[in-house]
Design a protein around this ligand. Structure first.
Ligand code: 8OZ
Length: 369
């Protein structure tokens, strides 16, 4: 077994000092108000988890058009900012650090979730083979309209609005969600993007919107406070790419030139086994990144420590284990048993399964620096 202590060596992420390499992955929990204001109890939820080296919030829509599920939070108006400010204050008071994940779902939405019943937008006008949660339960997503170039410009402006709101709300940084089948991945992946303009065709063109989003939010945040999340092997939400090694090789090389805070790689979907070919692709992509590298997907304490010890990753983001174990770093450090998560309360509901998972000893989060 690799020494678990490798996970508890402090590390610099840009100018931020992380006390450990056990990070909290973004986790959709569907407990926000209908207008996108995070619930009050999110202050408790996030501050309970402040021992994470870094918290990345649940995916948070940058605009009303960026929403794709019921009860997800937003970060684009004053009400959102005020509620998030209370959350970031609570996390900071508990000794933590927190980035907000900026999200636009693209075509993974439903007309009933969008302003004036509008169609979702995407790189394409073809509907995804996917479903989402609406007021009527789990429903197939609606057919999107392909964004016009003007629509792309408006969307980028929405990212800037959200990036500014994130600053006002007291976040330590932002993560641009370009993974898991949502808008930016709908552009990146050649199995979805069927455009013939400057935003489709070559991988250079397909990543243009991501580059423009990053250029735009870099006017608001220093590059080292901006992370990007990718899922090159992802097939979630109806996406596919014919050659992730080559296409994402290009994407990672280009992103590496920006001096970003980090690259956050979703290496595998929950429950999916990565085969040798896929593991090899992820290794090759990793080798193209010179900055801070976060991995996510199916790690436990031992495999995470090994990834850090071998230099595969600087830090490991844990998702489900952090839902059920607010003191996950302490538990991994002491090899303590983990609480089991209750899948029926992952998405939606109240305090149960959200802020009532027990700590090891006391209810007081303690930093593991
Ligand atoms: C689970 C349910 C709904 C959304 C992602 C934002 O996969 C999500 C998500 C996950 O990135």
């Amino acid at each position: 077994m690799t020494e678990r202590s490798r996970l508890f060596e402090p590390v610099k992420l840009g100018d931020l000092e992380l006390p450990n390499r056990v990070l909290m992955a973004p986790l959709t929990r569907n407990r926000a108000l209908d207008d996108g204001t995070p619930a009050r109890m999110a202050e408790t939820y996030y501050s309970q988890r402040a021992a994470a080296g870094l918290i990345v919030t649940e995916a948070t829509q940058i605009s009303a058009m960026g929403k794709g599920y019921i009860k997800t939070p937003g970060i684009y108006d004053g009400k959102h900012v005020a509620a998030w400010r209370n959350i970031t204050d609570a996390v900071h008071a508990a000794g933590g650090r927190i980035f907000v994940q900026l999200w636009h779902v693209g075509r993974i939405s439903h007309t009933s979730l969008l302003p004036e019943g509008r169609n979702p937008v995407s790189s394409t006008d073809k509907a995804a083979d996917a479903s989402t949660y609406t007021e009527n339960g789990f429903e197939p997503v609606s057919k999107p309209d392909a964004l016009t170039e003007e629509g792309i410009r408006e969307t980028i402006a929405d990212y800037v609005t959200a990036a500014k709101a994130a600053k006002e709300a007291g976040f330590d940084g932002i993560e641009v969600h370009a993974a898991n089948g949502y808008l930016l991945e709908q552009f990146l992946m050649d199995g979805v993007n069927d455009r013939t303009d400057a935003y489709g065709g070559s991988v250079e063109n397909r990543m243009r919107i991501l580059e423009e989003v990053l250029d735009a939010v870099s006017e608001v945040w220093p590059a080292n406070r901006i992370g990007v999340r990718l899922s090159p092997l992802g097939q979630f939400n109806g996406v596919s790419d014919s050659d992730p090694a080559t296409n994402y090789g290009y994407v990672v090389e280009r992103l590496d030139k920006r001096g970003l805070g980090y690259l956050h790689m979703v290496e595998q979907a929950p429950g999916a086994e990565t085969d040798a070919t896929q593991a090899d692709i992820m290794k090759r992509l990793r080798a193209k990144w010179s900055g801070f590298y976060i991995v996510n997907g199916g790690y436990d304490g031992d495999t995470a420590a090994k990834a850090v010890a071998e230099g595969h990753a600087d830090a490991v983001a844990f998702g489900r284990p952090f839902i059920a174990n607010p003191d996950l770093p302490q538990r991994l450090r002491s090899n303590a048993p983990l609480n089991e998560g209750d899948g029926s309360t992952y998405y939606g509901g109240g305090a149960e399964g959200y802020i009532d998972y027990p700590f090891l000893e006391s209810g007081v989060p303690e930093n593991v620096a």
